[in-house]
Design a protein around this ligand. Structure first.
Ligand code: MN
Length: 746
């Protein structure tokens, strides 16, 4: 009883903990949703609680704590509304419990179903290889086109999993941390979720390189006091002046994250002590929308009255926000102690967007917020995703390239602004305008001057692309571009060109083979490739098309004994022309219904008696020693043996067309002995038009009837119809097409 009591108490405790967790979620939700929405959230919570009631996480805690935590991140840290909170509560129900998407739709409606569906498709913790992970990631991005909440909830889910990674096995920790660093942190960055991005990075580092993480963490703590003193001394005069001018503002120093310090140490090969800018000063203004820009510049002017700015490091992301929506005014100024200090000036609204990213845009949507930048970005991703023939790893690396890049702003001839990553070239710009503009770009004018396609652009350049229909991408173009869009455009075009070239080469080779009376089989092509020393068939063909492979040697090659192989079996000494030529020299005029080999060549053939193929049967040709090519059905009892032991004598064959020609088929019946049965069978056969009975024999044994008939028939379709008609006759047990095993005597 004592043990039972203990469990009782634990369950009670858990219940209370669940209620507490739920109540904190409600508090967070109240800030982002209307009152009537809270009922729906309660419903989702209860639904999830019931669905997960028997599930526990690796740590041993009840599973429900996970969806509640994810919902809290969604509400608190991303500022998303009730739909997202509901979806977060339900996010693992379809994946991990008996709940179906139908249940979700019935209880919570279509929108929630769509988001849950998107989340369920991203299968997270399966033991997969890197390429599968990449595939997964691509799938996730695909859902962007449906509802961006899928991605945001996925990020919240990942964040909570990272926060609770302790209970996972070591190898899993490494895998999840790497994946987070590789994909999720950049994605958070791109969506403008700076706080989440930094936390994901820090947590990843903590699990991937615990010593490094702990060391930097410790040094940050040790230097905190000195830093605080410096920060205060730096901003005190500014603060005083801003107050005098009547600004409503906050000012604070912001320490860089562990990860970004480590990143800087790595990149610049310096020690912790040498990373001078461990913090930035941030000034956040409370002002109305109309005065935002003017106020920020006024503050800039005050700051630079006290400290001298570095003109190269002024960043105006207010006039031209980043593609992810980030708005802020950054300057780097010289402090009295000789240190460069970054100062960030922004409004409360800009700040919220900077920290919570995309979600904050929704909140300000009613105001005059320019969120079309983000739409442009989402549109670009959709475009990339639609090129689905691409290699997934290539896609991911292009995508990451775009995620990390800094941006420049280029003007079109009409004065429109185009965002490009820093170091983008004129050709990147052309591809950014349109893939076809890129493909046909023959020249570029930057600020009215003609420049090479490879010219690197700088912010503020005005660029005009000159196109020429005859222009095509060349392989060296890869060296001219840095954007994913341009790379994939060039890659696609080059692949298409190579395919076209290969098709031409294949045709040329096929013609030469025919002239030399050699069959165009993959086996022969293989031999030839070996002779020329080229592994890749497509490459081989395109080299031929370009005239880079001398086909004059082909004749030598064919003439040399043993190169082109059609028959390794002993041949009559007298047969010097080889087995194939023998058949080519005897074209058959009567029965042109089978195409043999890969070319459209027609050889003489005979139909094997063991399986008596008829049009429609899957077939293959077999080169016999004395009887030429024999056609067998692929399911012929002899086929396996023939194909495995004499593979080099097997050639492709297919029926050219269905001509009305008769083929013999043998059928075997069994049934009960009945006087009328023979009559019924012959009537059934002759009722079908075009079927002639050539032979029929019956015998009976102890009341069991055995029959065999040879009929003439057009094709498999007709045969199938006949067999099913025969099977319907009362007293007939089985009807089977006869195949004999005895191949050589057949
Ligand atoms: Mn989850």
């Amino acid at each position: 009883m004592a043990i039972d009591d203990k469990i009782e108490i634990d369950l009670e405790l858990e219940k209370r903990q669940i209620q507490n967790a739920y109540r904190s979620l409600l508090r967070a939700a109240k800030k982002v949703t209307e009152k009537e929405e809270l009922k729906k959230i309660r419903k989702a919570f209860e639904f999830s609680l019931e669905a997960h009631k028997n599930d526990r996480r690796k740590s041993g805690e009840l599973y429900i704590f996970h969806p509640i935590s994810v919902a809290r991140i969604v509400a608190d840290e991303m500022g998303l509304g009730s739909t997202a909170i509901i979806c977060a509560l339900l996010h693992d129900t379809v994946e991990d419990t008996n709940v179906t998407l139908k249940d979700i739709e019935r209880e919570f409606g279509k929108t929630v179903r769509k988001v849950i569906d998107g989340l369920t498709k991203i299968d997270e913790f399966s033991e997969n290889t890197s390429s599968l992970q990449a595939e997964n990631f691509k799938k996730m991005l695909l859902t962007l086109s449906d509802d961006v909440r899928v991605i945001l909830i996925k990020l919240a889910d990942r964040l909570h999993n990272m926060r609770t990674l302790d209970s996972m096995r070591y190898d899993k920790q490494l895998k999840i941390a790497s994946e987070t660093l590789f994909l999720y942190a950049p994605l958070a960055h791109r969506l403008g979720l700076y706080l989440i991005k930094s936390e994901l990075e820090d947590l990843s580092l903590k699990y991937k390189e615990p010593e490094v993480y702990n060391e930097i963490q410790l040094k940050l703590q040790k230097t905190a006091d000195v830093r605080q003193r410096f920060i205060r001394r730096f901003y005190t005069p500014i603060k005083k002046k801003l107050q005098e001018e009547g600004f409503d503002f906050d000012i604070a120093g912001r320490t860089k994250s562990v990860f970004s310090i480590w990143n800087k140490m790595q990149k610049k090969q310096v020690t912790f002590e040498q990373v001078y800018d461990l913090f930035a000063i941030r000034i956040i203004l409370n002002t109305d929308l109309e005065n935002e820009k003017a106020q920020c510049w006024k503050v800039y002017s005050i700051v630079t009255d006290f400290y001298h700015p570095n003109p190269d490091r002024l960043r105006d992301w207010i006039s031209t926000p980043k593609a992810n929506g980030y708005e802020s005014l950054h300057t780097t100024v010289m402090s009295p102690t000789g240190k460069w200090v970054e100062v960030q000036i922004r409004t409360q609204r800009m700040h919220e967007i900077a920290e919570k990213g995309f979600a904050a845009h929704w909140k300000y949507k009613d105001g005059k917020v320019k969120d079309n930048n983000l739409d442009v970005w989402l549109e670009r991703i959709r475009e990339m995703l639609n090129q689905d023939d691409e290699d997934v790893m290539e896609f991911i690396s292009d995508f990451r390239l775009n995620l990390f890049a800094d941006e420049i702003y280029i003007f079109t001839p009409n004065g429109d602004i185009i965002n490009l990553p820093a170091n983008a070239t004129a050709l990147d710009f052309a591809y950014e305008i349109h893939t076809q503009v890129g493909n046909h770009a023959s020249g570029v004018k930057v600020n009215e001057k003609l420049v090479p396609l490879s010219s690197v652009l700088k912010s503020g350049d005005q660029v005009e692309v000159i196109t020429n229909k005859k222009q095509r991408p060349r392989p060296e173009w890869f060296n001219y571009v840095i954007t994913g869009k341009a790379r994939s455009g060039i890659r696609k075009e080059l692949k298409a060109a190579e395919k076209e070239l290969a098709a031409q080469g294949k045709e040329i080779l096929e013609r030469r083979f025919n002239n030399l009376k050699v069959n165009f089989t993959s086996e022969n092509i293989d031999q030839l490739q070996k002779y020329y020393g080229i592994d890749n068939t497509l490459e081989f063909y395109s080299l031929i098309a370009q005239g880079k492979k001398d086909l004059k040697k082909l004749r030598d090659f064919v003439v040399k004994a043993g190169n082109i192989q059609f028959d390794k079996a002993p041949l009559p000494e007298s047969d010097k022309s080889g087995p194939l030529q023998k058949f080519i020299s005897r074209p058959n005029l009567n029965k042109e219904t089978i195409i043999i080999g890969q070319a459209n060549d027609k050889f003489d053939y005979i139909l094997a008696k063991c399986c008596t193929p008829i049009p429609g049967d899957p077939i293959f040709g077999f080169i016999t020693i004395n009887e030429g090519i024999k056609i067998h059905r692929t399911n012929c009892p002899n086929a396996t043996q023939l194909m495995s032991n004499y593979a080099y004598r097997v050639i492709n064959a297919r029926w050219e067309s269905r001509e009305h020609k008769e083929f013999s088929v043998k059928l075997h019946f069994t049934g009960v002995d009945d006087i009328g049965l023979v009559n019924k069978i012959t009537t059934a056969i002759s009722k079908k038009s075009n079927i002639n009975i050539k032979a029929l024999k019956f015998d009976t044994n102890d009341g069991v009837f055995n029959g065999e008939t040879t009929i003439e028939i057009n094709d498999t379709e007709q045969l199938a119809g006949l067999i099913s008609a025969l099977k319907k006759i009362e007293g007939v047990f089985t009807v089977e097409r006869i195949k004999t095993k005895d191949f050589y005597n057949a």
